[in-house]
Ligand binder design. Structure first.
Ligand SMILES: *Cc1c(COP(=O)(O)O)cnc(C)c1O
Length: 419
């Protein structure tokens, strides 16, 4: 059996390491660099007010804190990072989980409508997998009752609806420049805000934060470097794949924990210090250098997604994302097959046995997590999605030959299951 290409690659290049490390040791904070990056972001996003963030989740914390009165409800998707729920709670909001649509994995306007009232503090809309949620309908509904809308575009930087970038359509939007996102500053993010006063308040809090420690950023970079090397196609094919495959097929926990991303599912009692350090000038320089490649990379992934769609269309056993949600950027092409963890386990095992490197979406249905028991709501679609979503690789260098192989194996699996 031939080894496939890795399921993910970081959006870094050799330029991301040495110059970045040297940059860090200049230490002096570079206000000019911050201004340049913010101007470039504003131009790219086509919006006026943008500030950079320590992390995307810091932006969720700050926007909720400045837009919602303590104790007010925040209607949100339960199918997101558990820490996003923590940020809403720590900012004074009360999460109200609105179920998602099975195919899009995003909340629908109908589920928001059923939970919305004049006293709602905000609606937080996640555009998962780079696929736009029905943001215009949700904004229209919320406008009628005077409730602000915040977009979590952490996975959708560059995606559009009718030419407008996600994250700039509602009252506020947040982006992530974390290690695995489509701009990689090792850590970091950005926030947009429509209302000048809210923006000034958010910006004020950000300005009072200390700069992220260089040691911390270097540690992040080193972790990224290890991931980058391990997923380098040559090394991956010769070694990493076989280790990961062995760990998967033999349930070796010490190996599997390297590919399990969502492990911190605890309730927090305060915002960790690392979430409150401004991006360094070196990180901003690194992100700025990647901004010019974003649209091209996004187009590449959309093409890969359309290959998957063509290959899987008409397969009744597989739920695909719909093809008519604005201009998605498909950070991955998410598919669902079956409703249970056991069924996903069987599929992933079959894929591993047949020479694919394909993994599950690790996000949980936060509405069911013990940490958030007091906010539990029955969200059956989120429960099924959390058990069944599998992410097909779409990154720009992922070879079309591997896509064809993945499709063939999936086809065999589905026809074997139905016969
Ligand atoms: C990655 C991600 C975040 C958090 O981004 P950080 O920069 O790590 O805080 C939030 N929401 C979604 C949907 C994400 O994928």
């Amino acid at each position: 059996m031939k080894a496939p290409h890795p399921r993910y690659r970081l959006y870094t290049s050799s330029q991301s390491y040495l110059p970045f490390a040297m940059d860090l040791f200049r230490l002096k904070e570079d206000r000019e660099q911050a201004r340049l990056f913010q101007e470039a972001l504003a131009a790219f996003l086509g919006t006026e007010r943008v500030a950079t963030l320590p992390m995307c989740r810091t932006g969720i914390y700050l926007t909720v804190k400045n837009m919602v009165r303590p104790g007010q409800e925040v209607v949100m998707s339960p199918y997101t990072i558990a820490d996003v729920v923590n940020m809403v709670i720590l900012a004074g909001g009360r999460p109200v989980f609105a179920d998602i649509e099975r195919a899009t994995c995003n909340i629908s306007a109908a589920s928001v409508r059923s939970l919305l009232h004049a006293e709602t503090g905000a609606v937080l809309v996640t555009h998962l997998h780079g696929i736009p949620a029905p943001i215009r309908e949700i904004c229209r509904l919320c406008k009628q009752v005077g409730v602000p809308v915040i977009e979590d575009a952490a996975q959708a930087f560059g995606a559009r609806v009718d030419g407008e970038r996600l994250g700039t359509i509602a009252d506020a939007g947040v982006y992530s420049f974390g290690t695995y996102k489509n701009i990689n500053g090792w850590y970091g993010g950005a926030v947009t805000c429509r209302d000048p006063e809210t923006f000034a308040a958010v910006q004020g809090e950000l300005d009072r934060m200390p700069t992220q420690s260089s040691t911390f950023v270097i540690k992040r970079m080193m972790k990224g470097l290890v991931t980058d090397l391990a997923t380098n196609p040559a090394l991956f094919k010769a070694l990493t794949y076989w280790i990961i495959r062995f760990g998967h097929l033999h349930a070796i926990r010490s190996i599997n924990r390297f590919v399990e991303e969502e492990r911190d599912l605890a309730r927090r009692d305060r915002v960790p210090e690392a979430y409150l350090g401004r991006m360094t000038a070196a990180q901003q320089r690194l992100c700025l250098a990647q901004l010019g490649h974003v649209d091209r990379n996004n187009r590449c992934r959309a093409e890969k997604a359309s290959l998957y769609r063509k290959g899987l269309q008409g397969t009744d056993a597989i739920v695909l994302p719909p093809g008519d949600c604005g201009d998605p950027i498909y950070t991955y092409f998410p598919i669902q097959c079956g409703d249970s963890l056991a069924e996903r386990g069987r599929l992933l095992r079959y894929l591993a046995q047949h020479g694919c490197d394909i993994g599950p979406q690790h996000l949980k249905n936060c509405a069911d997590l013990p940490a958030f028991r007091e906010f539990h709501r029955d969200c059956p679609n989120a429960r099924k999605a959390a058990a069944s979503v599998v992410l097909l690789p779409t990154y720009p260098d992922y070879p079309d030959g591997d896509i064809a192989h993945n499709l063939a194996v999936l086809g065999d699996y589905v026809s074997g299951r139905s016969s």
